[in-house]
Design a protein around this ligand. Sequence first.
Ligand code: BES
Ligand code: MN
Ligand code: ZN
Length: 492
Amino acid sequence: MKVTFVADKPASSGCAVIPVKKSLKTAGAASDYVGESNGQFKKAAKAANFNGEKGKSFSIFAPAGSEASRLVAVGIGDGKEFDSELFGAKIAKSLMMGESAITLHLGGMDVSPDAAARAAVGMRLAAYRFDKYRTKLPANKKPVLKTIKIACDEPAKARASYNKYHGPVCDGTVLARDLVNEPPNVIYPKAYAARIKELETLGLKVQILGEKRMKSLGMNSLLCVGQGSVRESQMVIITWNGGKKGDKPACIVGKGVTFDTGGISLKPGANMWDMKGDMGGSAAVVGAMAGLAARKAKANVVGIVGLVENMPDGNAVLPGDIITSMSGQTIEVQNTDAEGRLVLADCLHYASTKIKPKAMINLATLTGAILVALGTERAGVFSNNDKLAGQIANASETTKEKTWRLPIGPEYDRLLDSPNADMKNIGGRLAGSITAAQFLQRFVGKGIPWAHIDVAGTAMKPSNRHDPRETTFGTGFGARLLNRWIADNFEG
Ligand code: BES
Ligand code: MN
Ligand code: ZN
């Protein structure tokens, strides 16, 4: 997709989109179109029973006096709470099948350069498709949109905002979506690690640990999850040093179960294919790291992803097995389907002891229970630190990747006690998302501000989605949130 920012003048070709307020009020170039149309606009609006109501639209083909091939008027009501990103997304969604070039006019309506840049992001996210394996898709089902022009008041500033921040961050979200959408026979641990290795071209350092290396480090908790799979488990450490030398890094950690059958505690068959998305947390981390590097973020950040495939097999970990994690703590694996926490346990301990971050956030499609609690609208946040939780709430507010904080505490932690080992990996029927968070917290180093974001409801979405920015199963949720968190708190 080609994205440019231009001065707000009537377009010389293609499809022009103009926002129209109630009573047909317009501003900037939109007013020029209306003026030049010799009353044609008002007549057409009347015929379409359009008065600038929010969400309504109508179009005129080749309006007299303008060089655009088509003019689309989109109602924005009273114009208050105008969300440029959502506006761009809705426009791309409705026009991308028929228009190859769209000029979106946002002049004269108090849209900041940042908001103008985000209009382009909304359009890109709404135009995202994952059609690479569809060989028989008819031409009229393929988007033809190739060029986006944002016509605004301060195009140079908007362009700078897009090139320096929103564009590369959006690239990261697209990467995260691609990774989640890819099938499990394409994105399995080694193939996934190889894909991450390719990101070194962006200036990232990528270190891959195989099973041998992890064994010698004592990562039996992560390894036991992949032990029933013929595919070798991997841990990938991605480093971006854009900050001051010697400055302690922030750390982001992701669950990368490339397929979760449940293992011996096998999941039911219906919808099991969804579990190709059980690496959504790691995809957000990888997408975020790519975004940080592409925009040359002035911060030191380490991304860690644990990549495994959870399979039933003669060699698989059994319910009842007791394993010793890298931290030395022993775990009774009562349910092999509670595998994400086993993977993250060693990742979090590795991060705590080897990276010693100043703050650490992990993302994981960890529990079905978070869907019961929050649905697919918000991810659950669990944290040992109010300041960090506040930072996440702020980043969440600006990126519209919505979250909600839930409690943790010793009274929940007790539910993990086991008579046979230091802990068991399930807490029982109640408070399932919280006990999962308690489990993770046991592997976080003392004094490290930490948060766990359960993205089981937001990283993969059902087909009845309503947000025009989310077009496929993989949403890329988290990549933008993490970039915002770093930008707001670590880039001075
Ligand atoms: N990957 C699943 C969680 C999940 C469920 C993600 C639905 C997305 C959609 C996780 O590994 C899992 O199986 N969790 C179990 C935990 C239970 C055994 C304590 C769950 O939620 O049922
Ligand atoms: Mn599971
Ligand atoms: Zn899982």
